[in-house]
Design a protein around this ligand. Structure first.
Ligand code: FE2
Ligand code: FE2
Length: 283
């Protein structure tokens, strides 16, 4: 499948978006907000780790995909940074500090891990984003519950995460990366991802003044893990990563991607107005 680089600018007006833009629910919204604050620095890390190893790639098709991957992640970083400014306007004043702390943390990760292990971390997180993206694109309820001004940003990001889900993995393999390192790094990454995400989420819940409202928590956790159980549905996909023969394309999302390319960027799609002129540059 060809991966497209799209120059998309959402320019979301903070005054039109309610503070609890996800399902009118402060728990879910602060969860998504926390994810968004992690994206710009996180995606910079992904790009750098792939760039460090791309000299191993000899297949011209993968070389093209790598260029498209870098372009897509750069756009995600830019648009989520803009979204994080909206969070600032919504009173989440900790947003720049969270980004700075993550930058500090990732600097240490780069120092401690070899380039190959850094790429294995990226493969693990790309598996996370691919799972979340597929979940979002397949679940009508999850996307209908987002405010209409905000939904295109998350759906566009989800679509592109699905489009490029194999790229970091293929570079890892081309560079000679093995199963044991990949599996071990997934375990380590899972621990740190949930730790960091939970810290940021908790901080945002405190700002939103729901930290001491257990019913708000209980309802949010129930919806995410029990009914409808958005995250519980992703557990089998998570464990599939530990098969030695795993490849991201084992999960067939071609049809899903084609549908969403049309829904978002077709002539009557919901996002073309956000695309700069001559926006789609097929790689
Ligand atoms: Fe991304
Ligand atoms: Fe990605």
């Amino acid at each position: 499948m060809q991966i497209s680089r799209r120059d998309v600018q959402f320019r979301i007006d903070p005054t039109r978006v309610p503070r609890d833009w996800a399902n009118g629910d402060p728990y879910e919204t602060t969860f998504m907000n926390a994810l968004s604050t992690l994206f710009p620095e996180g995606e910079k890390f992904f790009v750098e780790s792939v760039k460090q190893q791309k000299h191993h790639v000899t297949d011209p098709a993968l070389e093209r995909d790598v260029a498209a991957f870098i372009g897509q992640e750069a756009m995600h970083g830019r648009e989520h940074r803009a979204f994080n400014d909206l969070l600032l306007a919504h009173g989440f004043r900790e947003t720049p500090r969270v980004e700075a702390n993550l930058k500090w943390f990732l600097k240490r990760v780069r120092r401690r891990l070899s380039p190959m292990s850094q790429l294995a971390v990226t493969c693990a997180l790309e598996h996370f984003t691919a799972m979340l993206a597929e979940g979002l694109l397949r679940d009508p309820r999850a996307r209908q519950e987002m405010h209409p001004d905000v939904a295109p940003l998350w759906l566009w990001h989800a679509l592109e995460e699905s489009e490029h889900k194999s790229v970091a993995f293929d570079v890892y393999r081309a560079a000679g990366g093995g199963f044991l390192r990949r599996a071990w790094m997934m375990l380590v990454t899972t621990f740190f991802f949930f730790l960091v995400q939970s810290i940021v989420h908790t901080r945002m819940m405190a700002t939103r003044k729901i930290l001491w409202k257990p019913w708000t928590w209980a309802r949010g956790i129930t919806r995410m893990w029990i009914y409808p159980g958005f995250f519980t549905k992703l557990i089998p996909a998570y464990f599939s990563y530990f098969r030695p023969s795993f490849h991201p394309s084992d999960r067939d999302t071609e049809q899903l991607i084609a549908t969403w390319q049309l829904t978002l960027f077709g002539s009557s799609g919901i996002a073309p107005q956000q695309m700069a002129a001559e926006a789609i540059r097929d790689s």
